[in-house]
Design a protein. Structure first.
Length: 185
């Protein structure tokens, strides 16, 4: 693998990670010696810094990851907090509905109900101020989530109990009563 191919491969991988990835893992994926990967990561990091990019490649928590440049924090914060006029995805809406009707609820329970991993969606909902951590489940130690007052405000509700009943919005399906029971327990 050429240096350019390795650089491009590392950039592509690091662009999609949610948490820092070690040079050992990157070496295994790219099938390049760890020392070469580490040298290339340092080279990329130095290059981004010298070019004054809006992002940095940092080595943290035993791995590597892209981060927005610290001096752009006000702009990023403004985007995250004020620039959220974009609509929620279908996955986010479904997750929010599960939380709204089952709160407080753990992320694992939401994942079990939806049948998919909801970690990224939960982060989005927390970031947008629609969901917040509200406690710890005693049996498992899992963090519990509930909707926020901002959520109620956006829906024009005074309290969670004012949410509409689910049954009128669901199709007639055999076994629907059991599904509804799991959502409203």
């Amino acid at each position: 693998m050429s240096n350019n191919e390795l650089e491009r491969s590392l950039e592509a991988i690091l662009m999609v990670v949610d948490e820092p990835v070690s040079e050992l893992v990157l070496a295994q994926i790219t099938e390049v010696p760890t020392e070469v990967v580490l040298e290339t990561l340092h080279k990329l990091s130095d290059s981004y810094s010298s070019e004054g990019r809006g992002f940095e490649l940092r080595q943290v928590a035993g791995g590597w990851r892209f981060y927005s440049h610290p001096d752009l924090a006000p702009m990023v914060e403004k985007f995250v907090l004020d620039g959220q006029s974009a609509r929620l995805t279908q996955a986010a809406l479904e997750t929010l509905a599960v939380i709204a009707y089952r709160q407080p609820i753990s992320r694992a329970r939401v994942s079990a109900i939806r049948g998919v991993n909801v970690e990224a969606v939960m982060k989005t909902l927390v970031t947008r101020g629609l969901v917040e951590e509200t406690g710890i489940e005693h049996e498992t130690g899992a963090i519990l989530y509930s909707t926020t007052s901002f959520f109620l405000e956006k829906l024009g509700l005074n309290r969670v109990e004012d949410l509409p009943a689910l049954a009128p919005f669901l199709p007639d399906v055999d076994g629907l009563d059991e599904v509804l029971a799991t959502l409203t327990e």
